[in-house]
Design a protein around this ligand. Structure first.
Ligand code: UD1
Ligand code: CA
Length: 465
């Protein structure tokens, strides 16, 4: 469905969210609600997108600008209703033939539904088409009042509806396709004498109908029209999106043990034979390669995992890359641009930050490796720490190939351990260790003979009585 314009209304405060965050920035599976609307529009082939911002305009604009190039932003100074929001976009609209208008708080609308709406609008020659749905519980939504034949006569907001109108179960989704010319010429006729004192976009339905223009309704699946006005609806939308995404990946060869507790974001990519355990998050631009296993209670955010990666439970990987056959955890934290090369291992209670860990290198237990470059086939003993921060600046550590770093080594950066070198357990390494050398940096042990008995005597204790 090529070449349609669309206008997203996203200026409202979202009072019912009770939040300082603008409503459309509330996340669903790690992405702001408006992400879903804009990406559905893009996917449906909308060639020109405008967004009306207002409440939290700076925050919303900078998000949209950052991720959706070419989207035009318009500011509605005061939020006086959905019709007023569209009026803000008058000059952007003029000269266009048709436009899809939709709210920023309806994240579940599918791209295929948007294309279908435009198709139907064009084929029918209608002046306005709205998407509607029959709901078990229509409360909170505007009701669709049908007229003759397939024509719609009005949309009545719940707060203004008569008891008979409230009984109508067909609701307005807030998603419309308009011919722009009558839209612009009738907008000034919308008043604000209603229960909320707002300029309702929905008043255009009766204005169109009274003017002899044709308004049609296209019924869609109830889930798609869900409008998020409060936190409970946000939770319901999250649930619905979660099911949709999990099902999508299951159909593509991913095993998800418990779809209710696996949270995969819309930008994540999973390959065949990936297995996700319960309580797993795969968010942002994460990717998980073929045959990888993600154990329970794990968070991946902007994490790229290669093939056959094995992640034990209780791991966090953020903004990092883990190559084929590598292993993690349990209880590993890999972050800020870390790279684990093929078959590397970061084990129990290990934090790897901004470091690269070479092929087959192991960091099995209780270590902090920060701002380091570690070569291949090296073993990092338990309790090894890179002391990378001097209170002001971060410094690098370099460890070569085939090294053996003894347990509890403190590597005081900047420092370098050459290929094949060793460090003695418990060392504080402040100077470079040349290739093949053993670095020892610890106090020599001495044993004080008979110490325990003499201490007891000094305390007046008598042993063996
Ligand atoms: C609206 C519809 C209602 C429909 C429902 C579907 C109207 C009057 N009512 O009600 O018929 O059933 O959506 O979810 O349109 N906005 C602005 N500027 C404003 C006011 C709102 O940009 O001055 C934006 C909001 O940010 C929101 C969208 O418009 O994204 C809809 O506004 P909202 O207040 O949520 O309308 P509803 O009461 O849900
Ligand atoms: Ca709404």
């Amino acid at each position: 469905m090529a070449g349609f314009s669309s206008l997203v209304l996203a200026a409202g405060k979202g009072k019912r969210m009770k939040s300082s965050l603008p409503k459309v920035l509330h996340p669903i599976l790690g992405e702001p609600m408006i992400y879903y609307v804009l990406s559905s529009l893009r996917e449906a082939g909308s060639s020109s997108i405008g967004v009306v911002v207002g409440h939290g305009a700076e925050q919303v604009s900078s998000y949209v600008r950052g991720l959706f190039e070419g989207v035009e932003l318009m500011v509605q100074g005061e939020q006086r209703g959905t019709a007023d929001a569209v009026r803000t976009a008058s000059s952007w609209l003029s000269g266009r033939e048709e436009v899809v208008v939709l709210p920023g708080d309806a994240p579940l609308v599918r791209s295929s539904t948007l294309s279908r709406a435009v198709e139907r609008f064009r084929a029918s020659g209608a002046d306005m088409l709205l998407l509607s749905a029959e709901l078990e519980d229509p409360s909170g939504y505007g009701r669709v009042v049908r007229g003759e034949g397939e024509l719609v006569r009005a949309v009545v907001e719940e707060k203004d509806a008569s008891p008979e109108q409230r009984a109508i179960r067909e609701v307005n989704s807030g998603i419309y396709v308009f011919k722009v010319e009558p839209l612009l010429s009738l907008l000034p006729r919308v008043g604000c004498s209603n229960a909320q004192g707002e300029y309702y976009l929905t008043d255009l339905v009766s204005l169109f109908a009274e003017g002899g223009l044709r308004v049609l309704a296209l019924q869609v699946d109830g889930e798609e029209v869900l409008g998020v006005n409060d936190r409970w609806q946000l939770a319901l939308a999250s649930r619905a999106m979660q099911r949709r995404i999990n099902r999508f990946w299951c159909e593509r060869g991913v095993s998800i043990e418990d779809p209710d507790s696996a949270f995969v974001g819309p930008r994540a990519v999973l390959e065949e034979d990936v297995r996700l355990s319960p309580f797993v998050y795969v968010l942002g631009r994460s990717a998980v390669g073929e045959g990888s296993f993600v154990g329970p209670n794990t968070l991946l955010r902007d994490a790229v995992l290669g093939r056959r990666v094995f992640v034990h439970g209780f791991c966090v990987v953020e903004g990092s890359t883990v190559c084929d056959g590598a292993r993690l955890g349990p209880f590993a934290y890999v972050r800020d641009g870390a790279l684990l090369e093929e078959e590397a291992f970061a084990g129990r209670f290990v934090e790897i930050k901004g470091s690269s860990i070479g092929k087959r290198t192991k960091v099995p237990h209780l270590s902090y490796i920060g701002d380091a470059t570690v070569g291949c086939d090296t073993n990092i003993g338990a309790g090894t720490i890179t002391c990378n921060f001097d209170g002001q600046r971060k410094h690098p550590t370099r460890i070569g190939d085939n090294c053996f770093i003894g347990s509890d080594t403190m590597l005081v950066a900047p420092v370098e351990v050459g290929d094949g070198a060793y460090t003695a357990a418990g060392s504080v390494i402040t100077e470079d260790v040349p290739p093949g050398a053993l670095g020892v940096g610890r106090a020599r042990q001495r044993n004080i003979a008979d110490w325990a008995r003499r201490r007891a005597l000094a305390r007046g204790e008598r042993k063996g009585d």
